[in-house]
Design a protein around this ligand. Structure first.
Ligand SMILES: [Zn+2]
Length: 271
């Protein structure tokens, strides 16, 4: 097998604007509504048309706001995974607050979907030094928030810390890490939200970057795992959906298969 492509979608919806960007106007917040209302149906149509199974990371607050969307994703055979509770960043929370936040995020997702998630992605990919240890206690088996590899899953560590400026590594945990990269994310290319993100990149340029990355993996990293991170409120615009479809067809032409992260985890544990 030349490699596996895992399409992942973070359904941040309004939580991105309210919790991360601290927006307080209906106009800014409405940008998040576009995700479940417009972007998601287009993406689900594309995935069905191409017979691709994907992973959707859902904050607990979004699961509660949009239960019909959650059930739609589930009923089309995609994986639902936890994306925290709100989209507030985890670093800086005291241990008990973070534990309660992660638990509530999983609980609200289970309530909407009826399924226990096995995967987790931190809001804005920002783990705290205590997150992995807490996730282990909730039966989470993989995370997708770290950058230490590109096409090879590895064991996330628990108990890393910085002491007097020195970085001290903890133990290998039971949790697999499916690494991510800003180069393989739609936000830095497309989201218009200055000064952090200027956006506006031509989808054809992004399609070429993603295809080149995949070509490299297939040529140099046999049986690699290629994880793309996208957001329905960003990738859901028409020309970007068309670009994603061309990417899927390119990957298929290379002989790659497609898998949810949960299924990739299963295969990893069998090997
Ligand atoms: Zn997110």
């Amino acid at each position: 097998m030349p490699g596996t492509v895992c399409l992942t979608f973070d359904l941040d919806a309004v939580a991105l604007w309210i919790d991360t960007f601290r927006s307080s106007s209906p106009s800014a917040i409405s940008r998040g509504e576009y995700g479940p209302e417009v972007g998601l149906p287009r993406i689900l149509d594309l995935l069905a048309r191409q017979s691709v199974t994907a992973t959707f990371f859902i904050p607990g607050s979004v699961a509660e706001l949009y239960p019909d969307s959650i059930r739609l994703i589930r009923d089309q055979g995609h994986e639902l995974a936890s994306h925290g509770d709100t989209h507030k960043l985890l670093p800086g929370m005291v241990h008990e607050d973070e534990r309660r936040t992660l638990e509530r995020g999983i609980d609200r997702l289970v309530k909407a979907s009826g399924e226990q998630p096995v995967g987790f992605r931190a809001p804005a990919w920002e783990l705290s030094f205590q997150t992995v240890e807490i996730l282990e206690t909730f039966g989470i088996r993989y995370d997708s928030s770290q950058f230490a590899s590109d096409f090879r899953p590895y064991r996330a560590r628990s108990g890393d810390r910085i002491e007097e400026g020195a970085w001290i590594r903890g133990r290998a945990s039971s949790i697999w890490e499916f690494p991510i990269a800003w180069e393989l994310d739609d936000v830095p290319y497309f989201l218009v939200h200055p000064p952090a993100f200027s956006g506006g990149t031509d989808p054809r340029t992004v399609g070429r970057i993603w295809q080149d990355e995949l070509d490299y993996m297939v040529a140099n990293e046999p049986a690699g795992l290629f994880t793309l991170t996208m957001h329905p409120q960003v990738i859901g615009r028409g020309p970007r959906v068309l670009m994603l479809e061309r990417f899927i067809e390119h990957a298929r032409g290379l002989g790659c298969d497609f898998s949810s992260l949960n299924h990739a985890l299963h295969r990893l544990e069998q090997s």
